[in-house]
Design a protein around this ligand. Sequence first.
Ligand code: SF4
Length: 345
Amino acid sequence: MTKQIMVGSVPVGGGAPVSIQSMTNTRTDDVSATLSQIRTLAAAGCQIIRVAVPDMAAARAVGKIKEESPLPVVVDIHFDYKLALESIAAGADKVRINPGNIGSEDRVKAVADACRQRGVPIRVGVNGGSLEKELLAKYGRVCPEAMVESAFGHIRLLNKFDFDNICVSLKSSSVPMTMRAYQLMRKQSDYPLHIGVTEAGTVRMGTLKSAVGIGGLLALGIGDTMRVSLSADPVEEVYAAREILKAAGIRKEGAELVSCPTCGRTRIDLISLAGQVEERLKQVDKPITVAVMGCVVNGPGEASAADCGIAGGVGEGLLFRKGQIIKKVPQDQLVDELFALIDTL
Ligand code: SF4
């Protein structure tokens, strides 16, 4: 088991449930826009939020964001240790910074001391795209071994100043490389792992890559907190993360949709029907399985493992529960009837 750190009130590692993270894409110094996005993400199921801190205005805004944020706030800092110190003083719950990139050791010590005093953990975030030159020269290319060695370089610097409240990420845009790097790291240390595939892409491809990479790691028992990185509204990252956790069998809460692949018997627009049900299910947090099936003959039987569902016919469909037909419903009322049934479950 990994060690446990606390990100604000959210435990990460040590057997705690895998938490969902996302990152705001508003200007951090626009406090009201950032808070509004944080609230939206929290409502979607995000549990830890990260904000970029590229300058002092952003670092100073962290205090105001913290006052009202419903989620623990992680500050993302590159190179400038003063931004880290300012953000920590402002109440950041965690700092993502690579100590090897912030210059002299007294700067590392200053950040480590400030974090230790406030019980703030640091994430060492290795990115395959920005490995140290020496490691690239040593290994000749970006590879999992080089990524892990990079992580240990940063960790050693923190350990030197008696700081061990650490979690680690080893992201790459290559799924196999990311997976191997995390596996290697897990073998060699018990630091909690923040997992993700970086620069994964748009909603479709990014979700697929993340599902394979993050889902694959979770299936191996690796990963304590996760972020799906998408070139999209961050709320999509949270939805994707929830689905990956569900598909990996890690989380039971929230409804799961099953729908048939359609075939020559289908006489309804099943794809649009499944889309409508999927959208409305985002608001349902009961641990139920809901089926949307394409024909009344085989649908209820094929979906008998689902808690409830609908099967479409010509002009009308069936509402069923655990494979048993409850009633016939006109097609345009199928979705509403289904959700009325879900309300009673
Ligand atoms: S439920 Fe009906 S329409 Fe859907 S795949 Fe099965 S037989 Fe075909």
